[in-house]
Design a protein around this ligand. Structure first.
Ligand code: 9J3
Length: 262
């Protein structure tokens, strides 16, 4: 049977495949030096295969005082599912969210124009993620750049709570026991402020702290993979994991706009 979605990559997904520590693609990495302009360098994780064409890509920013090591686990985890993943360092570890957002966009620009893997990336299928102030940066980048295909703030922190202009499909991931970026002060108002017509989700990690996104987490991985696949790759094979809303015991609350339209 002919595949009618040109962006679909990899075999048909299962719960086991999105929960797995690694996906079907072998992954290599390359280092981008801090001397690059616009952001602080980073590490690009990419599928070695060139037989399926280009891949979508996502840039990931760390939080306040953090380096790329805080987000390293996303590299192999997401790239092995069929994405080019760029975990970045920011120019300064104290940079605020909007600055981190501009740096995420600079990183994506570098990725598709100048990086050694530029020929492997589809420049029209890009997304942003980030932890805490890096998650605030992901929101900021998505707000300024509607051509992005997906955003995932991870226990995001931003002084702006009104994202009514956002047009990028966004999965807001918060943590129930986050006392640094409380869900009541950050993730929940972020989600609620976004247009009701937007493809958006709110996933609250049960019993988790602000720093849950900094180490391997199967709940974060399986729904981030599903969101990126669904909106960067237009891969409706993953809609089954997002709609109807997930009811994992590791999720204290999920809000959605199912069924997705984009
Ligand atoms: O990136 C973050 O962890 C932001 C939380 C924070 O400490 O903000 C205080 C200014």
């Amino acid at each position: 049977q002919a595949q009618d979605n040109p962006y679909e990559r990899g075999p048909n997904p299962t719960v086991a495949s999105i929960e797995a520590a690694t996906g079907p693609f072998a992954v290599e990495r390359t280092t981008v030096p801090a001397s690059v302009s616009g952001f602080g360098g980073g590490t690009i994780y990419y599928p070695t295969s060139t037989s399926e064409g280009t891949f979508g890509a996502v840039a990931i920013a760390p939080g306040f005082t953090e380096s790329q090591s805080a987000t390293s686990w996303y590299g192999p985890r997401l790239a092995s599912q069929g994405f080019v993943v760029f975990t970045i360092d920011t120019n300064g570890i104290f940079d605020f969210p909007d600055d981190r957002g501009r740096q995420l966009l600079a990183a994506l620009n570098h990725l598709v124009r100048s990086s050694p893997v530029r020929d492997r990336v589809d420049p029209d299928r890009l997304g942003v993620m980030g932890h805490s102030m890096g998650g605030g940066g992901a929101l900021s980048a998505a707000n300024s750049t509607p051509a992005l295909q997906a955003a995932i703030p991870l226990t995001g922190w931003h002084t702006t709570t009104n994202w009514a202009g956002l047009q990028v499909p966004t999965l807001v991931i918060g943590a129930e026991n986050d006392f640094i970026a409380s869900v009541s002060g950050h993730s929940e108002p972020f989600y609620e402020s976004m247009p009701p017509t937007l493809d958006k989700g709110y996933l609250e990690l049960a019993g988790a702290s602000h720093f849950a996104p900094n180490s391997s987490n199967t709940t974060i991985a399986k729904y981030s993979i599903s969101w990126l696949k669904r909106f960067i790759d237009n891969d409706t094979r993953y809609e089954q994991f997002l709609c109807p809303a997930p009811d994992d015991r590791t999720i204290s609350e999920y809000r959605d706009t199912c069924p997705h339209s984009g």
